[in-house]
Design a protein around this ligand. Structure first.
Ligand code: GAP
Length: 447
């Protein structure tokens, strides 16, 4: 058998639409640039991605959760440096009207030429802020301007004292959050890789100054371990250290975890040593003390912050790319038979088990429907009675369902069903009464 991996995003975009993972936003109106909707399977899977991350963070005894508002006091963005520094230098071509980035367009950097028409009739680079602006309240004047947050992290900083005081956590401790962020990206694209509206999963870990470098290493290891635990092929991941020109304005040190997407190695997650930049800035702009008092040593200090930041949509895409495989065999006539499989870790798979009656005869479908309800007590399940059993197995393989449960005529006698495993295609006979536990145990011990 030959295994083919994913080699272009178009295959995934098409599968996503056909099977209900991801649709283009406002498709019936021609779509809206770089915005995407998660469909019946995608919305389930996205919840699973978030749950995996959330549990990895907040089930630790030293990390609490937070769900901060998207709209924040405008001074937050002054303090954070986003109003002054969160921008890209843009150049306009006066001939073909193309607008492009001055800092990553080769034809401009080398020859001061438009990448589209080659003209040299260009504007000077102008800084374009990536934050989306809107107005709060009925009057649209400069005093009512608010921003859609470009990162969730600032919610953590402004709530540092609230979280510490209410949990009574001692340093080192962390705050984790999942939420929408917005950036008016100049070059969005590659499906859900870079969009203008996206979800972030960010954790800020507050540490004593001087211990930050050690915690930075620890969080690099912990985040690497997360991808390993959820079944990523580790050869598709690597660390990329930020050089001095890549470092964000707040960062003392930074590493990306990059993933080998079909378009090449690209950032999946960032791990940053943000020093005490943010808390110091918010203290200065708000006039509030954002310090930590260490009782045993009677020391007062502004903590340093180690941040782990990943896009939920980007992690979703990485999970899909990594899980996709085509198993190719030759049939008797020498024709290729292709089994498309999304080999997700069961915690990530949108559907854990599919219930498939062997025929549409009521004596089988009535048992199968009851079994669907029994499994749905514990798992996201799907019922399918149309087409041949072989076709139905293939449909489930393509959406990554780990278990297919077939109700056959023998079931009426032995009260047992056949469970077929997605990856090995091996089959087991399991009593109906034990089925939920069988799936539970199988998922927990999945390798
Ligand atoms: N608080 C730090 C921060 O926001 P970042 O590297 O700008 O750092 C963190 O973003 C992560 O958020 C990225 O590694 C990426 O996974 C995700 N992300 C950033 N911009 C994105 C976009 N336009 N679309 C989708 N995901 C994005």
């Amino acid at each position: 058998m030959q295994i083919r991996k994913l080699n272009d995003l178009a295959t995934l975009v098409s599968l996503s639409k056909r099977r209900g993972f991801v649709f283009q936003s406002s498709e019936i109106y021609g779509g809206l640039g770089s915005c995407w909707d998660y469909g019946p399977l995608g919305s389930l899977m996205k919840l699973n991605v978030k749950r995996a991350w959330w549990n990895a963070m907040t089930r630790r005894s030293d990390i609490c959760g937070l769900d901060a508002a998207i709209l924040m006091h405008p001074t937050v963005w002054k303090a954070s440096g986003h109003i002054d520094g969160f921008s890209d230098p843009l150049v306009d071509c006066k001939d073909c009207k193309t607008r492009f980035r001055a800092d990553n367009t080769d034809s401009y950097i080398n020859e001061k030429k438009c990448p589209n028409c080659g003209s040299k009739n260009l504007s000077e680079p102008r800084n374009f802020n990536l934050m989306f602006k809107t107005h709060m309240g009925p009057v649209e004047d400069t005093g009512s301007v608010v921003y859609l947050r470009p990162e969730t992290a600032q919610g953590h900083f402004v709530n540092f004292v609230n979280c510490q005081a209410s949990t009574r956590y001692k340093i080192p401790f962390g705050i984790a959050a999942i939420g929408k962020s917005f950036r008016n990206e100049i070059t969005p694209g590659n499906f859900i890789f870079r969009t203008r509206e996206f979800e972030q999963m960010e954790m800020q870990y507050f540490v004593k100054p001087g211990t930050d470098e050690q915690w930075f290493e620890t969080w690099k290891e912990l985040r690497w371990g997360f991808y390993k635990k959820f079944g990523f092929k580790m050869e598709n991941l690597r660390f990329h250290p930020h050089g001095p020109t890549e470092l964000a304005h707040y960062a003392k040190a930074a590493f990306d975890i990059q993933y080998l997407f079909p378009m090449g190695w690209s950032e999946l997650e960032g791990i940053h040593n943000r020093s005490n930049f943010d808390l110091t800035q918010h203290s200065k702009f708000s006039g509030k003390q954002l310090e930590y008092f260490d009782e045993p040593s009677k020391e007062k200090y502004v903590p340093f912050v180690i941040e782990t930041a990943v896009g939920c949509d980007r992690m979703f895409l990485a999970f899909m790319c990594d899980a996709y495989r085509e198993e190719v065999t030759m049939d008797d006539k020498g024709q290729e038979d292709v089994r498309v499989v999304l080999g997700f870790h069961p915690a990530i798979a949108p559907i854990k088990a599919a219930v498939l009656p062997l025929s549409k005869k009521p004596e089988l479908t009535s048992v199968a429907e009851k079994l669907r309800d029994q499994l749905a007590e514990d798992f996201d399940v799907l019922y399918d009675e149309s087409a041949s059993i072989g076709k139905r197995y293939r449909r489930q393989d393509e959406i990554g369902t780990p278990y297919c449960v077939t109700v056959d005529f023998e079931t009426l006698n032995d009260q047992a069903v056949t469970v077929r495993h997605r990856d090995t295609m091996k089959q087991d006979r399991v009593p109906i009464a034990d089925l939920n536990q069988y799936v539970q145990v199988g998922m927990a011990s999945w390798k």
